[in-house]
Design a protein around this ligand. Structure first.
Ligand code: FEO
Length: 171
C-alpha cells in the first residue's frame, strides 16, 4: 500500500501524463492545420507514448492496492507561432515533466518507499529520451530556418515515419 501522500502525488502524475498527451494532440491538430502531416503524425505518436506513461503509473497505483483517481485535465494551448515554436514548447514541457518525476523520486526517498523509487527509475531514464527527441526535432526545424520549400517537405516526410510506441511489457 502506498502512503496517502505518495498515492496523491502519483495520481497527480497520471494527470500530468494525460495532460502531456493532450498538449501533443493539440500540437498535432495545429501541425495538421499548418499542412505538415508528417510532423502531426510525430505528435500523434507522442500522444500515444504519454498514454502509455499514464497507464504505467495507473497500473502501479492499482498494483499497490490503492485507488487511482481521475481529475480534470487542463485544456492545452490552441495556437503556436510556428512549427518550431510548437516543438520548442514540447521540449520545454518535457523539461518540466522531468522536474515532476524528480520531485516524485525525492518524495519516495523521503518516505523510504523503495518500491516506488525503483518503479520511478524507469521514468527517470525515459525522460532523458523524451527531452532528447523533442529537442532534436526542434533543432531540425531551427536549422531549416525560413528556408521552407524542399527542406521542409523532406523533414515533414521523415517525421511521418516515426513508428508507434511498443506496448508496455506486462510486469
Ligand atoms: Fe511522459 Fe513525455 O513524458
Amino acid at each position: 500500500m502506498l502512503s496517502d501522500r505518495m498515492a496523491k502525488a502519483l495520481n497527480e502524475q497520471v494527470n500530468a501524463e494525460l495532460y502531456s498527451g493532450y498538449i501533443y494532440l493539440a500540437m498535432a491538430a495545429y501541425l495538421e492545420s499548418a499542412d505538415l502531416p508528417g510532423a502531426a503524425h510525430w505528435m500523434r505518436m507522442q500522444q500515444k507514448e504519454e498514454d502509455i506513461h499514464a497507464m504505467k503509473i495507473f497500473d502501479y497505483i492499482v498494483a499497490k492496492g490503492n485507488r487511482a483517481e481521475m481529475k480534470a485535465i487542463e485544456a492545452p494551448p490552441f495556437e503556436w507561432e510556428s512549427p518550431l515554436a510548437a516543438f520548442e514548447a514540447a521540449y520545454a514541457h518535457e523539461v518540466k515533466v522531468t522536474g515532476l518525476i524528480n520531485g516524485l523520486v525525492n518524495l519516495a526517498i523521503e518516505e523510504k518507499d523503495h518500491a516506488t523509487n525503483a518503479f520511478l527509475q524507469w521514468f527517470v531514464t525515459e525522460q532523458v529520451e523524451e527531452e532528447e527527441s523533442t529537442q532534436n526535432v526542434a533543432r531540425q526545424f531551427r536549422l531549416l530556418g525560413n528556408a521552407g520549400g524542399g527542406g521542409l517537405f523532406m523533414l515533414d516526410k521523415e517525421l511521418g515515419t516515426r513508428p508507434a510506441p511498443a506496448p508496455p511489457v506486462a510486469e
